[in-house]
Every structure is written in structure tokens, then in C-alpha cells.
Design a protein around this ligand. Structure first.
Ligand code: SF4
Length: 160
């Protein structure tokens, strides 16, 4: 697959957890959009630091690109990309729309920061696999490693 022709999807890339994983970026901004600014982030500094969900990419754009995919082995269609995918306000609609046209399972990689929100939980329900990462065991470690937005609290993520 020639990734240069695609703006919102990439790969497929081999993943030890997901096999052949085709990436979908529901944020697709030039700079990273995230609730965190992790020390180890491969995407550099967070450009848009936000917890506000909104529509970054119309569902139709993702579907148009998936329709152009050549025949290629895919095990999972995986939401990830340049930021936190649950910040996409239309994530649930994207997952449902993809399920109508593709047979592969759908995964979402999330930093867990918004998992205590009912709207995010509902959006994730149609996914087959949610890889929810939380790489701290206290607010102190959380602040040092993940550098979250002020409004995101470690205990609150674990509550729901
Ligand atoms: S949560 Fe992911 S995208 Fe966001 S800063 Fe951390 S590693 Fe980067």
C-alpha cells in the first residue's frame, strides 16, 4: 500500500498484539492533540493540549480512504495516530461506519484519560478491542511521566 496517497489511514504495520494492523487517525492534525504530554512520546511535544472532544475528521473521509484500499492482509483496523483518539467526537460513528464495510476487527489505542466519561464509553462499545494504557501507579508518577492536563486526575480515571 502506498501510504503517501492516504491522509487518514496508514500501514498496515506489524503489531505483536494485533497482527497486521491498519492505522486510522481520527485526529489527523499537523501537531499532536492530546490530554497528555508524555516524556517518551514519539510524536514530540503536545501542540494542542485539550480534553475537549470535537470532530476533527468527517466519517466520510475515513470511509473514502478505506474504499480505496488495495487487497492487503489486515487483522485489525486500529484507531491511533497523532494524538489521543478518544478526543474525536465522532469516534463511535467512525467505528460503526467501518464495521458496515469491513470484516476486520477494530481496536482503539487510548491513554485512558477520558475513559471515565459516559460518552467516551459509549463510543468505544462497538470496538472489538480497547487497548487502555495507564503507565503510572499514583498521581505523582502520573504527573512526572504522562504530564497530563491539570483537569485530568489519576484517581478519577480509575473510578468508573
Ligand atoms: S498519550 Fe500517547 S500521544 Fe499522548 S503524549 Fe502520551 S504517548 Fe503521546
Amino acid at each position: 500500500m502506498k501510504t503517501k496517497d492516504f491522509k487518514y489511514i496508514y500501514g498496515p504495520v506489524p503489531s505483536w498484539r494485533l497482527g497486521s494492523s491498519l492505522g486510522v487517525d481520527p485526529i489527523s492534525q499537523t501537531g499532536k492533540v492530546c490530554t497528555f504530554d508524555c516524556l517518551y512520546c514519539q510524536l514530540g511535544k503536545t501542540k494542542i493540549f485539550t480534553g475537549e472532544r470535537k470532530i476533527y475528521v468527517p466519517v466520510t473521509k475515513i470511509i473514502e480512504e478505506l474504499d480505496l484500499l488495495p487487497q492487503v492482509q489486515i487483522d485489525y483496523i486500529t484507531f491511533s495516530g497523532r494524538g489521543e483518539p478518544t478526543l474525536a467526537g465522532n469516534l463511535g460513528r467512525m467505528i460503526k461506519a467501518i464495521k458496515k464495510i469491513r470484516k476486520e476487527k477494530i481496536a482503539v489505542l487510548t491513554n485512558s484519560s477520558l475513559l471515565n466519561r459516559r460518552d467516551v464509553q459509549e463510543d468505544l462499545l462497538p470496538a472489538d478491542f480497547v487497548v487502555a494504557k495507564l503507565d503510572a501507579d499514583s498521581q505523582k508518577v502520573f504527573d512526572i511521566v504522562d504530564k497530563p492536563m491539570e483537569a485530568i486526575k489519576f484517581d478519577a480515571i480509575l473510578k468508573e
